[in-house]
Every structure is written in structure tokens, then in C-alpha cells.
Design a protein around this ligand. Structure first.
Ligand SMILES: [Zn+2]
Length: 337
């Protein structure tokens, strides 16, 4: 048993891993690849690597959680060592949270590790494009077993570590300005044939369209981004742009988080991901009106900051081989008035 979310993993790797709106961080991989080291005796000695209780069947235990160096320079990645144990469970869903200490100037970042193996020392690779701002952080390991049991730890032992990120020294000479424009996405952007001014913008509040990594077709590990990210405050209502019918409502821990899909009356299908937990306002099969609330903006699943990941599909949402997503930006901008 790997938990309910695993069902969808082969189906779609969504991978927003979007940065915080204010932070200007880039997006990243669907889940952080974990280089697995051989199981062996606990590599001892480090202050945050002490054993922390006995593995139980109901809760994962942080057996090892270490940071290679507790002070790094801006732009370099912290080296993490993680081992989680849970009796009778082979994988748990884990993430590492970097919480800035008050007044230290840092910005919160959450790195999803996806479904990680238990009983092994892992060295998660840092997702490319994600950077920690200078500041002082408390770094904490979070994990949940298939039955939802949360990670056990003691504040003084495994599961937490301090980290200081020092600002990079200013360059001596100004860097030459780049003379070539940023490369376009590798794929030819698929045009949406159904763009219409009628309809409701799906985020009811202040928002931005993020940077290049928020765009349709931007690179993700192993695939491409199939939607447009709309960055907005956690809890902002997510609305149905057009009338239609709800066709899916589910949770994918390693990708979309809490998500909703709908068939719109004009034949297109819409997909809304990373909803805040416990905010579903519709059920599968329900007819919805344009402007009806579906959920609220969150950062569940593979997302490091609150945003709506929005997709438009032609031929149904993952209905058959002819179903395909199109670039939703032009449609979003037409509704964004
Ligand atoms: Zn996205």
C-alpha cells in the first residue's frame, strides 16, 4: 500500500513546484530525486542524526535528518541526509520545509521529496531553479505514512536543523548584459481554438502570471508544464470560468495536490490544481454556473508557494489519446478584465 495518491502518479506528473510570489524563485522538478545510499549502520555523530524513538506501525520516525553544512552561500544548495522509518511501510510522502527566522530576511521554501523509501539513508538532490534567499532558517522534515500518521520527532533531536544562507558578495565588475533574448519554450505552443471574452477569471483576487517557469510548455523533469500558473494569495477563491459539469475531484500528493476538473459547456475542459486543503466546494457530477466557487488557492501537492495551476484541454480532460492540453494564457488574459 502506498496510499491513495499513488494511483494517479503514472497518469500525470504535473509538477508546478512554483516559487513564492514575492520570492521570485523559479519552478522545479516534480519531485526531488533521491539518490539512495546503501542501507547501513546509521552514520553517527551529527547533532541532528540521533535516533528518535522506535519505528511504529502508525507513524513514521525521523531516524536521520542532517544538513551537510549549517552555513552556505546564496546560490549554493544545502546538502540533506534523510532517513525515515516506519514499521511495515515501504514509502512515505515527505517534504523539507525552510522556515525563515523572524527578521532574518529569508523566504519560506518547501521542497517536496515525493514518496521516499523508508529504512534507507537518502541524499535528496536539490531541485534546479530553486534558491534560498539569504537569511537564517529552521529546516524541518515532514512526512506522512499511507494512513496519514505524521512524522514523530523531538524538538531537540531528529527532524529539525538550523541553516544560515549568507548573501553572495557583490561582483567586482558589472556582468555584461545578455545580448540574446531568452529562448522560447522548446515546444510550439498549442493554440486554444476556443478563446472567448465571455467567462470569469478563475482566481477571484489579486494575481500575477509568474515568470517563464509558470508558462505552458516550460521544462519540468521528464515532461513539460501543461498549464499556466496564476500566483495569488493562499485562500483566494477559485471559480469556474464557464458553466459546466464537475468531472473529477481528487488528491495527488506528488503533483496536483487537491484538484478539480470540469467539462465546460463550450466543449473544452478545465483543470485546477493545488487547491487549499478542505476547500472543495463542488462534487463530481455537479453542474456549476460560471463564477461558481470550486475551491481556494493553496499550495498542496508539488508546489512551494500558493498558486492556481490552470489547464485547458481539448477533446476532454485525459479522456483518450486525442485529448490534449493547449496554452491557456491567451484565454486567461481574455477573462482577466
Ligand atoms: Zn503549474
Amino acid at each position: 500500500m502506498r496510499g491513495p495518491s499513488r494511483r494517479h502518479l503514472p497518469l500525470f506528473l504535473l509538477a508546478c513546484a512554483l516559487a513564492l510570489p514575492a520570492g521570485g524563485l523559479a519552478a522545479s522538478s516534480p519531485s526531488v530525486g533521491a539518490a539512495e545510499a546503501a542501507t547501513g549502520p546509521r552514520s553517527g555523530g551529527a547533532e541532528f542524526g540521533q535516533p528518535n524513538g522506535r519505528p511504529s506501525a502508525t507513524h513514521p520516525i525521523a531516524t536521520t535528518f542532517r544538513i551537510g553544512r549549517h552555513t552556505i552561500t546564496e546560490g549554493s544548495a544545502p546538502r540533506l541526509a534523510v532517513r525515515i522509518d516506519q514499521r511495515g511501510v515501504s514509502r512515505v510522502t515527505a517534504r523539507v520545509a525552510f522556515r525563515p527566522l523572524k527578521g532574518s530576511g529569508g523566504t519560506a521554501v518547501s521542497i517536496p521529496l515525493g514518496a521516499v523509501r523508508t529504512g534507507r539513508l537518502l541524499h535528496p538532490t536539490w531541485p534546479s531553479g530553486v534558491a534560498l534567499k539569504p537569511g537564517r532558517y529552521e529546516v524541518s522534515l515532514h512526512a506522512a505514512g499511507p494512513a496519514g500518521g505524521q512524522l514523530l520527532r523531538r524538538a531537540s533531536a531528529s527532524g529539525k536543523a538550523p541553516l544560515t544562507v549568507k548573501a553572495k558578495p557583490a561582483p567586482v565588475a558589472p556582468a555584461p548584459a545578455p545580448s540574446t533574448p531568452a529562448p522560447a519554450p522548446a515546444t510550439s505552443p498549442a493554440a486554444d481554438p476556443g478563446v472567448t471574452a465571455d467567462g470569469v477569471f478563475p482566481v477571484a483576487g489579486a494575481h500575477t502570471y509568474g515568470g517563464a517557469d509558470a508558462r505552458f510548455g516550460s521544462g519540468r523533469t521528464g515532461h513539460e508544464h501543461q498549464g499556466q500558473d496564476v500566483l495569488a494569495a493562499e485562500g483566494t477563491p477559485v471559480l469556474a470560468p464557464l458553466a459546466g459539469t464537475i468531472i473529477a475531484r481528487d488528491y495527488q500528493a506528488s503533483g496536483a495536490g487537491f484538484y478539480v476538473a470540469m467539462d465546460a459547456v463550450d466543449g473544452r475542459s478545465f483543470f485546477f490544481a493545488h487547491c487549499q486543503q478542505d476547500t472543495f466546494a463542488v462534487t463530481v457530477g455537479q453542474a456549476v454556473a460560471a463564477g461558481q466557487q470550486l475551491c481556494r488557492v493553496g499550495h498542496t501537492g508539488d508546489a512551494t508557494g500558493p498558486h492556481l495551476h490552470f489547464e485547458i484541454w481539448i477533446g476532454g480532460w485525459r479522456r483518450d489519446a486525442s485529448s490534449h492540453p493547449v496554452d491557456p494564457l491567451a484565454q486567461l488574459q481574455a477573462w482577466d478584465k
